[in-house]
Design a protein around this ligand. Structure first.
Ligand code: UDP
Length: 342
């Protein structure tokens, strides 16, 4: 029997590459489409080495309608997971049109082509950024979405709405939006992980690059927030756990187990961890001292957010499993691999 085939757009990226590995391990065929604008072919090689499979890779831009049409002519996709998007908050504020064009056009192409080819199952990679600064913790899927504070955040909300409205209008389609909290860590093999370009904007790559001596000192953005230790709180989710949530979502769709034709799930651990806690844990787990200093607050930062993942636990049968310590060890192992420190 033919295995279901999943198109993974942005499959050479951080979350896309880990998701491809888990999909293949779960018995799916995968085709990766990526324009390599913020990723490297080495990630595809890593995925092929881990899985032992010649996973097809198509270099294309999802905004290129003709190239996407050719891709859909070439393969029969049972489902798509759409990761391909630009994701730097600050850059989106400076170049809003580029963000709107890229993130919206690529997603609309994917949805239209799934519709045109009679393929029902669409998973969209959304973010807890849609909740803004929440009034209550932890956030559930019923917590209100807040006005976006950046064009990037706005594209996440808009793509959720595009999926919701399209699924409402076309009864043959199904959509799932997964709202990720803060993905960190790397594959246990040490063959794939995050590949930040330039100065990392996110906490964990900045920590590991500081530990490796690439950056001199980590700036902890604020210790005067209304939290127990004064630093911001996030829900750090292991990237392999996050990848498995996509497999659970695809299974739910393909097996016809969706309760609604458009569904939303929080993908987090349910545990809030402060920046300073994370730094101390990283030091302890990896037996090193990190050079860090307290700096001023970063503009636009949310004070605290963590997930209520009950719906994903119950409906997807998915749980965050990897302990934080293992995740932090994997992040450091990956950095050592990148820096040639082993
Ligand atoms: N952060 C920090 N120093 C850095 C990068 C991030 O203190 O160099 C803090 C940031 O202020 C936030 C947390 O780490 O409180 C997570 O930030 P990240 O950019 O990784 O994710 P997001 O802000 O999107 O949740």
């Amino acid at each position: 029997m033919k295995q279901p085939c999943v198109l993974v757009t942005g499959g050479a990226g951080y979350i896309g590459s880990h998701t491809t590995v888990e999909l293949v391990a779960a018995g799916f065929d995968v085709v990766i489409a990526d324009n390599l604008s913020n990723s490297e072919l080495s990630a595809v090689d890593g995925v092929r080495r881990i899985t032992g499979r010649e996973i097809p890779f198509v270099e294309l831009d999802c905004c290129d309608r003709a190239a996407m049409t050719r891709l859909f002519d070439q393969y029969d996709f049972d489902a798509v997971i759409h990761f391909a998007a630009s994701k730097a908050v600050g850059e989106s504020v400076r170049e809003p049109l580029r963000y709107y064009r890229n993130n919206l056009t690529s997603f609309m192409n994917v949805v239209e082509l799934m519709q045109a080819t009679g393929r029902p199952n669409i998973v969209f990679s959304s973010s807890c950024t849609v909740y803004g600064e929440p009034d209550e913790q932890p956030v559930t899927e019923r917590s209100p979405r807040k006005p976006a504070t950046s064009p990037y955040g706005n594209t996440k909300q808009m793509c959720e709405d595009i999926l919701l409205d399209t699924v409402a209008a076309d009864k043959s389609l199904r959509g799932i939006a997964l709202r990720y909290f803060n993905p960190i860590g790397a594959h246990p093999s040490g063959l794939i992980g995050e590949l930040p370009r330039g100065v990392p904007q996110n906490l964990v790559p900045y920590i590991t690059q500081t530990a490796a001596g690439i950056r001199e000192c980590l700036a902890v953005f604020g210790d005067d927030y209304p939290t127990p230790d004064g630093s911001c709180i996030r829900d750090y989710i292991d990237v392999v756990d996050l990848a498995r949530a996509h497999v659970a979502a695809i299974r739910r769709m393909i097996d016809g187990r969706c309760r609604e034709r458009y569904e939303v799930f929080n993908i987090g651990t349910g545990r809030g961890v402060s920046v300073l806690e994370l730094v101390r844990r990283f030091e302890l787990v990896n037996g090193l001292k990190l050079n860090y200093r307290i700096a001023g607050r970063r503009e636009g930062d949310i004070v605290a957010i963590w997930a209520d993942p009950t719906r994903a636990n119950e409906e997807l049968g998915w749980h965050a499993e990897r302990p934080l310590d293992e995740t932090l060890a994997s992040a450091w192992r990956w950095q050592r691999h990148l820096s040639g420190l082993d």
